[in-house]
Design a protein around this ligand. Structure first.
Ligand code: ADE
Length: 262
């Protein structure tokens, strides 16, 4: 997958992402990342890319021309590399967009190329947005000084859903949010740390019991920390609770038979 970022601060994007897991994936050629400096495309002799908004108001706006020409250059490059440059999604990262989430990351990871447009100042001339943008996406209800950090957040989340980027192919699927549940608690060596012992079941070697325990802990954690997600899960997994209730009924019956309960 190829990420193309239109930005006024290309070094911020490259320095922020060309490390660790994403950096390794770039090194292996599983993904590529280019940051295109919008300023390189301005026709203004002083390299200016912003101007005052018509009608007045605070701050400056990024002008249409350099943004449009930077986008055209990326399209041409994609075409020159033999890929289809039409229908490429152009994401404008903006607090006015839809809120980014895990299912969006998964969807975007299916694209061959994606262009992310980072705004600055008070925004970008509406006309170029109308012309090139396919998706308006925010990373949350707060305002940052520019689109670079949100673009980096999105690229990281999308890239790790591209097959081969994570060493364990399935780990992107089993973790928090992929099925509405938060991840269960995890433990590593030593077995006892500060008098806290690793839960016995994890040392038992009984995979079925471990799975059951993990699901129960995920449910517990999600109910406490993200009740909204928990309720969605409950709605989609009625079967789980019915089976669990039946199991409990059978267990009680057995114990009654043994005379343990009245
Ligand atoms: N640009 C500034 N703030 C932003 C946000 N919260 N999400 C996406 N882009 C932004």
């Amino acid at each position: 997958m190829n990420f193309h970022v239109l930005t006024l601060f290309p070094e911020m994007i490259m320095q922020g992402l060309d490390i660790s897991i994403i950096g390794k994936a770039i090194g292996k050629g599983i993904i590529s990342l280019e940051a295109v400096n919008i300023r390189d495309y301005t026709l203004n002799k002083h390299k200016k890319v912003d101007d005052y908004p018509y009608g007045g108001g605070a701050g400056m706006l990024m002008q249409a021309q350099p943004v449009y020409d930077a986008w055209k250059a990326v399209n041409q490059k994609i075409k020159d590399q033999g890929r289809d440059e039409k229908n490429i999604r152009v994401v404008y990262v903006t607090p006015q967009g839809k809120t980014f989430c895990q299912s969006m990351a998964k969807e975007f990871a299916k694209e061959k190329d994606i262009i992310l447009l980072c705004g600055h100042y008070e925004g970008i001339d509406e006309r170029v947005l109308e012309e090139i943008v396919t998706d308006y996406i925010s990373i949350g209800d707060y305002v940052l000084t520019g689109g670079e950090l949100p673009a980096m957040v999105m690229i990281d989340a999308i890239a790790r859903m591209v097959p081969g980027v994570l060493s364990n192919e399935t780990s992107g699927e089993t973790e928090s949010f992929s099925n509405y549940l938060l991840e269960y608690p995890q433990y590593s060596r030593p077995e006892v740390w500060m008098d806290k012992k690793v839960p016995e079941v994890l040392l038992s070697g009984d995979h079925k019991k471990v799975e059951e325990w993990r699901l129960e802990r995920s449910l517990e954690k999600t109910k406490i920390l993200r009740n909204d997600l928990y309720e969605k899960w409950v709605e989609d997994n009625q079967e789980y609770f019915i089976k669990k209730a039946k199991r409990e009924e059978r267990r009680l019956k057995k114990e009654r038979k043994k005379g343990k309960l009245i």
